[in-house]
Design a protein around this ligand. Structure first.
Ligand code: AMP
Ligand code: GLY
Length: 429
């Protein structure tokens, strides 16, 4: 059914995920005008960038009014935790992004774990601590492999998967005594360590219904074979072929209970729920909830979607999402992240990028910009993760070939990337 373009959209954010969202929304027959706050030089290809701080509620409301937005799509987690969606709704706007209260499912791991416990969602056993002495005593008492997690948002730095007691004690010291994460680490969780492959399940959600996207897998470690430090994500592929019985368990024990929990707790969740799962021998266990699109999962998922993500976002904001599974194209996609020298600890920026022209604009290929800036006709690096080279093909092997062929054309000093994205695919059951 073709319709007149009727949606003027304001997109909040500036990273690779937002570049992919802008790319996808620009193809929507529903899109009338696209604006971004603050956007990026790359996003400016499809949107008009507006100045201001996406985490400041007043600034976001002003931008939405200035551009006469009908819908605001919130990309990152920080505006959600800052209450931006609530302020926009109070100002009468339709918003794709959960309320601040619902976004605590991401911004407080203790809140998320209590929610899971209360609603019977499978997750590792845990305890919450605000006193370092009590946390240390628990480590000694538990005497088992432990994961130490900071309660608050920590951009991927708030989780220590510990091999022994000493590592756990030192994580407690870092988070609680030295304050390495500021307020985010004042409260911590101790969690039993689980084993198994990880899976990212994202779903559009309007608070009553879910529309699941094809499952995907991120590669969080910096180096090949899952070595090196944790990062925001070095690449992703989609779909991840999940055994049907496991998928049923995810639907029954995680997704259905999640929706029931939202209703029971009266949480206004109109946005995307991203469930980080570990497929343990005891069945799927939830590691975390994120209340926004994953980065770089989104770059891999969106090119495979057959349905219009803008129409789905609008249905979520309006509270009339049809439940089920989002229609996806056949085939597979892969996103390979190109990162700066020194990432994740201390990325070097301002480095010229070469070869972008010859890599982009090929069929089945998109180069999403995560951290770049434009200087005349040159592109420079401007962040830790710089580009997400994304390819779609009839199968994963061909998608990998296509993506890595494009990667081979791009270079910048100190460029780091993994050569094994989508390479060794574990059995997901
Ligand atoms: P989270 O932010 O809670 O998803 O944790 C970040 C990463 O730490 C996950 O992607 C896992 O690789 C790892 N992790 C988190 N919780 C556990 C756990 N209970 N057992 C083993 N690994 C975990
Ligand atoms: N790729 C993991 C995340 O977006 O949190």
């Amino acid at each position: 059914m073709s319709r007149e373009p009727d949606l003027t959209v304001l997109l909040l954010g500036s990273g690779g995920r937002e570049h992919a969202l802008a790319w996808a929304m620009a193809q929507s027959p529903r899109l009338k005008n696209l604006y971004a706050l603050p956007g990026s030089d790359a996003i400016a290809q499809w949107a008009q960038n507006l100045p201001g701080d996406p985490c400041d509620p007043d600034s976001a409301v002003q931008a939405a009014k200035d551009c006469r937005a009908k819908l605001v799509v919130i990309g990152p987690e920080a505006p959600l935790a800052a209450g931006v969606s609530d302020a926009l709704r109070q100002a009468g706007l339709a918003v794709f992004g959960p309320s601040r209260a619902a976004a605590r499912l991401e911004s407080s791991k203790a809140f998320a774990k209590e929610f899971m416990r209360k609603h019977g969602i499978p997750t590792a056993p845990f305890e919450v601590f605000t006193e370092p002495d009590l946390a240390r005593a628990a480590i000694k008492r538990l005497d088992a492999p432990i994961v130490v997690k900071a309660d608050g948002l920590a951009a991927g730095k708030g989780v220590a998967v510990c091999r022994d007691q000493n590592e756990a004690l030192s994580a407690i010291d870092d988070f609680m005594e030295k304050g390495s994460l500021g307020a985010a680490g004042r409260t911590i969780l101790l969690e039993t360590r689980l084993h198994g492959p990880e899976l990212s399940v994202l779903a559009f959600c309007d608070g009553q219904s879910l529309r699941a996207l094809p499952p995907s897998r991120d590669h969080k470690r910096l180096k090949d074979h899952d070595e090196g430090p944790n990062t925001g994500g070095m690449g992703a592929y989609c779909p991840a072929a999940v055994d049907p019985e496991t998928w049923r368990a995810i639907e029954d024990k995680v997704l259905r209970r999640f929706i029931a929990g939202l209703s029971a707790d009266k949480l206004d969740f109109r946005g995307v729920i991203f469930v980080g799962l570990m497929l343990s021998p005891e069945g799927p266990q939830v590691l975390e909830f994120n209340c926004r699109f994953g980065d770089p999962e989104t770059q891999a998922i969106l090119p495979l979607l057959e349905e219009d993500p803008l129409a789905l976002a609008w249905d979520c904001a309006a509270g009339r999402l049809k439940p089920g599974t989002a229609r996806a194209r056949s085939g597979a996609s892969i996103c390979v992240v190109l990162a700066s020298e020194g990432y994740p600890a201390k990325p070097r920026t301002g480095v010229p990028i070469h070869g972008l022209e010859s890599a982009r604009d090929q069929p089945g290929l998109a180069v999403f910009h995560a951290g770049t800036s434009r200087q005349g006709d040159r592109w420079l690096t401007q962040g830790g993760r710089v580009l997400g080279v994304t390819a779609v093909a009839p199968d994963l092997a061909q998608a990998r070939d296509r993506a890595y062929e494009a990667v081979s054309r791009i270079r910048f000093d100190g460029m780091q990337y993994r050569k094994d994205i989508g390479g060794k695919v574990p059995a997901l059951r």
